[in-house]
Design a protein around this ligand. Structure first.
Ligand code: SF4
Ligand code: SF4
Length: 455
């Protein structure tokens, strides 16, 4: 692997048209649809029934299993359906539909959570349904919980404020509007996780293309020497956790090891703000800022919407200037294309991008011309052409070994390789296939080993 001084690699057009757009709260939608898989880990389990009346912030689905997250009602009204829904990953999940009564009444039993020590603090973060809002939706409490592992010595908390994907400005707006909540979040961590993070440096990693947010943060944390505003070049993919770790600390994240083993935790800046909001008020994660932009959008905006709002409701506010060709949730590099404009936004939906029919057409892939651009632009120096070749090896053991040697496990899913490939090859998808194979292979190996051990 070749390491450069700054391992971000690509100048992509920023298209941050909404950077100056103060978020506008949408009118209460008529209904919301809340999928049970808005986080990584096990699906949540509904605890309400059709016909139940619910309030904003009321618990409607419990977390299930070790890594999961609860779901709360995001409008007040009546549960009208609990049914399977299709999801973009093809796996499907249960979803709770709530018809709004238009009142947005908060749960009358709501109060700020009580916590006195590290464990009760982590439990509170867990109860608030807080997950990584920048992409992975990993439950936030579980991320902090890892710092307690005696094998790790966490000395740096990276607060990911890079927002390096084109178009998206929701984190940017969160920093401008709620630096107080970001500060509260840091203080909560310092106080209640003092034993593990008391001496840690909090590095707010932000790209230089957000000078107003940098100024606000510098003012907010003036005199607090445990907080560093770390300015990054606006080069994609600064927000990938392995890239951020290297560019901020010089440490190299080796594949197959937990992130805290490199002495660092990483949390998205909006997640830390939402965590503090819940701990201050008792209102769980029920709404978020969403950037709505893209070539087909008439008036790009930042909107505040209840989680579960249909995308079509957001589009009613921004308008469309032409027929949509493709709808992507998240950024254009790393987001997910969805099947229908009637799908809901979920906890992690930082943006909805709507492309016109012309820009949605994928160019046809042709044969690799061995130009090497994919390796040159990959922040971790992977040769996807080699990954592609290795994936054709018939013998699974040999294929797994050769794939590990390509370094594909270190792929940060940034799509720089696909973006620069002159042959328009779907390189990111090839990496996903390779990583999925390695995951399946490792699980099969583990099962085989267990059978052997049990005689
Ligand atoms: S998506 Fe492509 S460019 Fe990005 S890390 Fe993976 S192999 Fe490298
Ligand atoms: S960028 Fe595309 S054409 Fe060039 S080496 Fe990589 S896969 Fe082949």
């Amino acid at each position: 692997m070749i390491f450069k001084k700054d391992i971000s690699s690509l100048h992509v057009p920023h298209n941050k048209h909404t950077a100056g757009c103060v978020p506008v709260k949408i009118e209460t939608p008529k209904e919301v649809i809340l999928p049970m898989n808005m986080h990584s880990g096990h699906d949540a389990e509904p605890i309400v029934s059709v016909g139940d009346h619910v309030y904003v912030g009321q618990l409607i689905a419990r977390e299930e299993g070790r890594f999961s997250s609860p779901v709360h009602a995001t409008v007040s009204g009546t549960v009208t359906e609990i049914a399977p829904m299709e999801t973009a990953d093809g796996k499907g999940t249960l979803a709770i539909k709530i018809e709004s009564d238009g009142l947005m009444q908060a749960d009358p039993n709501m109060k700020a959570p009580e916590f006195t020590d590290c464990d009760s603090f982590l439990q509170a973060v867990r109860d608030g349904g807080i997950v990584g809002l920048g992409g992975a939706a990993f439950p936030t409490w579980a991320k902090f919980n890892e710092a307690k592992n005696p094998e790790y010595k966490v000395d740096t908390v990276l607060i990911n404020a890079a927002e390096c994907e084109p178009y998206i400005t929701s984190d940017h707006q969160m920093m401008l509007l709620h630096p107080d909540l970001i500060a509260d979040g840091i203080e909560y961590l310092r106080k209640y996780m003092n034993e593990y993070l008391g001496d840690a440096k909090f590095m707010i990693c932000i790209e230089k293309n957000k000078p107003d947010a940098i100024e606000v943060l510098k003012k907010t944390f003036e005199g607090k020497d445990y907080v560093v505003i770390h300015e990054l070049n606006a080069i994609y993919p600064q927000g990938a956790k392995q890239v951020m770790l290297y560019n901020a600390t010089g440490r190299v994240a080796v594949a197959g090891r937990r992130f805290p083993s490199f002495g660092a935790l990483i949390i998205n800046v909006s997640s830390i703000a939402k965590m503090a909001e819940y701990l201050n008020t008792g209102m769980p994660l029920v709404e978020r800022i969403v950037t709505v932009d893209g070539p087909a959008v008439d008036k790009p905006m930042n909107l505040i919407a209840p989680i579960g709002t249909r995308i079509s409701e957001l589009v009613k506010v921004t308008g469309l200037k032409c027929e949509p060709g493709k709808v992507v949730v998240g950024g254009p590099m790393n987001g997910t294309a969805i099947c229908s404009i009637d799908d809901p936004i979920v906890k992690v939906s930082n943006a909805v991008l709507i492309f016109d029919e012309k820009s949605a057409v994928l160019p046809e892939a042709s044969a690799c011309i061995n130009c090497g651009r994919c390796i040159e632009r990959c922040p971790v120096g992977i040769s996807v052409a080699e990954v592609d070749r290795v994936m054709k090896i018939k013998d699974e053991d040999k294929r797994a070994k050769a794939l590990i040697d390509t370094g594909v496990r270190q792929c940060v899913d940034c799509a720089c390789c696909s973006y620069v490939c002159p042959a328009n090859r779907p390189l990111l998808q090839k990496n996903w296939d390779a990583k999925a194979f390695l995951k399946k292979y490792a699980a099969a190996q583990k099962e085989r080993q267990e059978v052997t051990n049990n005689g």
